[in-house]
Design a protein around this ligand. Sequence first.
Ligand SMILES: [Zn+2]
Length: 446
Amino acid sequence: MVWRIGKGDTVKFWQDRWLNGRPLFEQDGILQVEDVTCNVSSFLKGDWWDIDKLRAVLEEDLVQQIICVPVGVNGAVPDAQIWGPAANGLFSVKTAYTLLFHGSEWPSYDWHFLWKLKIPPKLQIFLWLVFQGKILSNEQRVRRHLVDDPACNYCNWPVESILHIFRDCEKAASVWQAMLCPGAHPHFFQMDFHPWLRSNLLSKAMWGDHVPWPLVFVFTCWVLWKWRNNQIFNIDNEVSYEPEKIIVAAVREWYTASQVGGTKAPKMPLLLTWEPPELGQFKLNVDGSRRCASGSIGAGGVIRNSLGDWVSGFAVNLGKGQILEAEVWGLFFGLQIAIAKGIRRLSVEMDAATAVLLVQQHSRLGSHPLASLIASCCAMVRQIGVCYVSHIYRERNAVADCLAKWSHNLDLGLCVLDAAPSWLGSVLVDDLLGVPRTRWVSLASG
Ligand SMILES: [Zn+2]
């Protein structure tokens, strides 16, 4: 689905698909993102686009594409979702299916660790754009015919690459000289771009007494990027030039605030076991799996009776896609097998909270991309008779988790397992004996 802009007050400027069929922050030519959740309407002025505001955050090329997008005259037309890939804006099952499996292309390298870094969300987004090559150096801007000269505007080095901006430019190098602890980063100025980013972001080193080095590293990169843009786009010629002070102040402020906000909430271990269904009932556990590096998805599941005996199981390799798709397909195939076995009383458990929520709220899904798949699942739930879908912690779902991961070894398609595979032995026995798996839960209020 893509958005057709009307008032622009319900469409997210950075996150929704309203330009070129992709979220704006997946596109090339972004200068900075201050608020990732803002609406399109915050970039409108009167009846038209606020061009100055657009230019402050996007390169000219994107600005020009955006101002061609018609916006609701006098704010009279509401925003509307239309079915993008079919030319007439109407839904078709075929395009839905094509999108489901081929619509989302992800880069093959693993940048998911970014979301785990303890840095401000704004800087996570900035780094994500850097990793995806969405911010442009002069070298890349020449390639895209946005400028003629690839040289660095500051030191006149003939080619301004991303690495030049962040590290090798005279200006950047002098900032790093001030920030680096002597001897702590021996190959800092020799590494290639991605290894350099990664090793600094994942470093366990401390800066000064107790501030993690990755935090200092990210703030420094960000400040270097902002200064470079200020200079190129003449947003502010009088750039203050006391880099260390600015960076150190920003780092300390955020670090102190995040420490206070996150004072270690006490945690306690929760001992979780798989629980067999009641006598005469069956239990289906399902799970999905996605490999970050390749984007491959798969699912798996198992049906057991009240004695914990294996009734049936499956693993399915689903090609490429998103984790939520894997989880809902897992539910789909699990229910299908339960029906084939003639099961009339079934308790379904999965650890994917979102998938469970979608099933419980299926009547309100509207044009959600997975709406038809979820509707099929709900129809099967009704066909079974007594059937409940509930959410459990991952620690209670170990067998399904193993099967889902195993699905990546299979060829595309469904593999039904009438007997338990021998390699699952110990996990199944643990479930049967009620051996607990530990989950640490926070005791913080709320
Ligand atoms: Zn330079």
